[in-house]
Write a protein that binds this ligand. Structure first.
Ligand code: SAM
Length: 236
């Protein structure tokens, strides 16, 4: 299917999710600014049931691991049929398998994916998927962190939300993205708002000074201090 230009002049970012639980979508992606952008057509979401490509009367999608062991593995032939079908409606999007073994999802990768036409996202379940489909279809394995989820659906949602909020027109103020954690290679500075004093705690004077140069300097210092203390790896 073609990418239709949206009100912002950009083609809609298209997410196709292959899952055994399409009813999980849009879920949180249907709410707030990301949900409003979905309703406005700035991006689209198509959650497809892998079982539609299942085999036999029971639409079977999995089988025991070759070599033995616990759990079940999603079959290569079933997944390939689902992927090939999804590709027809989202032809230029990268094929991604959400996997704890994948490359970590970080902001530069989010930016790269958000700038593209969208993504076809395979959400695994059970022990995972047959290795041959990963290789045969050139799936890019992406992890959302060093922990194991029960399925790839929440991981797909994390990736989608991180990308969609970068699409022009989705967030109100573009500036709010520019200074965010990871965009500058550092964690973001602390924020404050009203009331001026709360439980005996005050807002740092510099933020109330009206001196924008000093405020920018303070924020830079705070960001660096915080990054050094919590994530020194980002400064390397
Ligand atoms: N046996 C696999 C392993 O040890 O690498 C874990 C399988 S996990 C129980 C089932 C599915 O959840 C995976 O196929 C994957 O799609 C998804 N998943 C789990 N943890 C994830 C993570 N950190 N990032 C992305 N996807 C994840």
């Amino acid at each position: 299917m073609a990418h239709f230009p949206t009100s912002t002049g950009h083609p809609a970012w298209r997410a196709t999710v292959l899952t055994l639980f399409p009813e999980m979508f849009p879920g949180p992606l249907g709410l707030s600014l990301v949900g409003q952008a979905l309703a406005a057509g700035l991006w689209s979401l198509d959650a497809r049931q892998i079982r539609a490509f299942g085999l036999g009367r029971h639409r079977s999608v999995d089988d025991h691991p070759a070599g033995g062991g616990a759990g079940m593995v999603l079959r290569a032939d079933v997944l390939a049929a689902a992927i090939d079908d999804a590709r027809q409606s989202n032809p230029n999007a990268p094929l991604i398998y959400l996997s704890p073994r994948g490359e970590p999802l970080r902001q530069p990768l989010v930016r790269e994916l958000a700038a593209g036409p969208g993504a076809v996202l395979l959400a695994g379940r059970f022990e995972g998927v047959d290795q041959r489909v990963i290789e045969a279809r050139g799936l890019r394995e992406i992890s959302i962190g060093d922990y194991v989820l029960a399925g790839g659906e929440l991981a797909a949602m994390v990736l989608i939300e991180a990308c969609v909020r970068l699409i022009p027109g989705v967030l109100g103020a573009v500036e709010s993205i520019a200074h965010e954690s990871f965009e500058t290679g550092q964690l973001e500075h602390p924020h404050y708002t009203k009331p001026r004093e709360w439980e005996g705690r005050t807002i740092p004077d510099v933020l109330l000074s009206g001196d924008h140069k000093k405020i920018a300097e303070w924020r830079r210092e705070q960001a660096e201090k915080l990054t050094r203390a919590r994530r020194p790896d980002l400064l390397k």
